[in-house]
Design a protein around this ligand. Structure first.
Ligand SMILES: O=C(O)C(=O)C[C@]1(C(=O)O)C=C[C@@H](O)C=C1
Length: 351
């Protein structure tokens, strides 16, 4: 037993040395990571890893077999890359590490991202002045300041209603002026963006355009807040990178929107990724809103999703409402009528 104890003491000593060496190595990989970021190189460098492994295998005199040494070093590479990625992520302009305080979007005496939860309601598509007037009156009666509505609709089928276009923007502009509301409208390209800026308060980049990098660069240069929706199959990392495109081009007024992601689940239109909410709140300083209509694609669970989103730390909720969903020109099945809307509103109003 004495012998074992002596050997263990020697192992403990070596462990300490290994620990020091591993962390010295990690410090060097962090420095390499910073250089890579500066030059736009990717973290993973398989050729370098292969070179290291081949050198070690030539040098290896055992008793560890080459495959064991390779396994150990592959773990070290993994840990190094994780460290480099986290460090690079912390350097992003959207990162909470870069700016600790919450970004609060201030617009027309209202704010998004502060202590108040932002409630954003409106139809899927702007269909007529009368329709928008009815929605605006309803919102006004409840003191809700944010209204949504699509003028350019990214429909799956080219034969589906594509939105009223400029006519829709004009209606939204007039309605907001008359009822003192703040509008959210999606644009899909540069041309629409140029026109929309004359009528719209907050420009939305939809899920399908989350990685339209030239459009992201363009909205990075406008003087209006941008509402960025998470792409259908985008990871949280990719979502953050898209926001980084906007802020890096000069526009810090970004609102992130979780709207569900595509999974194998068929019970909902998309799977609401609620964990994205606290992750985005922790890792970025930007406000986070949850779109409960597009994630669920069904009305019966919207109250629960709204409350769950706010409980998870969301800065607000977006949902689709319509004075008469039965005759809606798009997404008829997921828009709430005013009665259903009131039920939802009562559930979340005091959050
Ligand atoms: O040499 C690099 O490029 C590094 O980033 C360091 C390192 C390593 O840990 O040795 C890490 C990741 C790369 O895939 C290759 C090697």
């Amino acid at each position: 037993m004495d012998n074992i104890n002596d050997l263990r003491i020697e192992i403990d000593r070596i462990n300490k040395q290994l620990l020091t060496l591993l962390n010295r190595r990690a410090d060097l990989t962090l420095k390499i990571g910073k250089e890579k970021q500066k030059h736009g190189y990717t973290v993973h460098d398989p050729i370098r890893e292969q070179h290291i492994l081949e050198t070690l295998m030539k040098e290896n005199k055992g008793p560890f077999k080459n495959e064991d040494i390779t396994g150990i070093f592959k773990e070290i590479f993994q840990a190094s890359k994780k460290l480099q990625k986290t460090d690079q992520s912390d350097e992003l302009l959207i990162s909470r590490k870069k700016k600790q305080s919450d970004t609060i979007i201030k617009i027309k005496n209202q704010s998004i991202g502060g202590s108040e939860k932002a409630l954003i309601f409106g139809p899927c598509s702007i269909e007529s002045y009368e329709q928008m007037e009815q929605v605006a009156k309803k919102l006004n009666s409840l003191g809700i300041k944010f209204i949504r509505g699509g003028a350019f609709k990214p429909r799956t089928s080219p034969y589906s209603f594509q939105g009223l276009g400029i006519e829709g923007l004009k209606i939204m502009g007039e309605i907001c002026n008359k009822h003192d509301l703040i509008s959210f409208v999606e644009v899909m390209d540069q041309e629409q963006l140029d026109i929309a800026c004359d009528y719209v308060d907050i420009v939305q980049i939809g899920a399908r355009n989350m990685q339209n990098f030239s459009l992201l660069k363009k909205v990075g240069k406008i003087n209006k807040p941008v509402f960025l929706k998470r792409g259908l199959s985008a990871t949280i990392e990719e979502f953050k990178m898209s926001a980084e495109y906007i802020i890096a081009n000069g526009n810090p007024n970004i609102i992130l929107c979780e709207r569900g992601i595509r999974t194998y689940e068929q019970a909902t239109r998309n799977t609401l990724d609620l964990s994205a909410v606290p992750i985005l709140k922790n890792e970025t300083h930007l406000p986070v809103i949850v779109d409960i209509s597009h994630s669920a694609g069904r009305k019966d669970i919207m109250d629960s999703l709204a409350r769950a989103s706010l409980a998870a730390g969301a800065d607000g909720i977006m949902a689709e409402i319509h004075p008469n969903p039965l005759i809606a020109l798009s997404d008829a099945g997921q828009q709430l009528d005013f009665e259903e809307f009131m039920t939802l509103y009562k559930h979340i109003q005091h959050y």
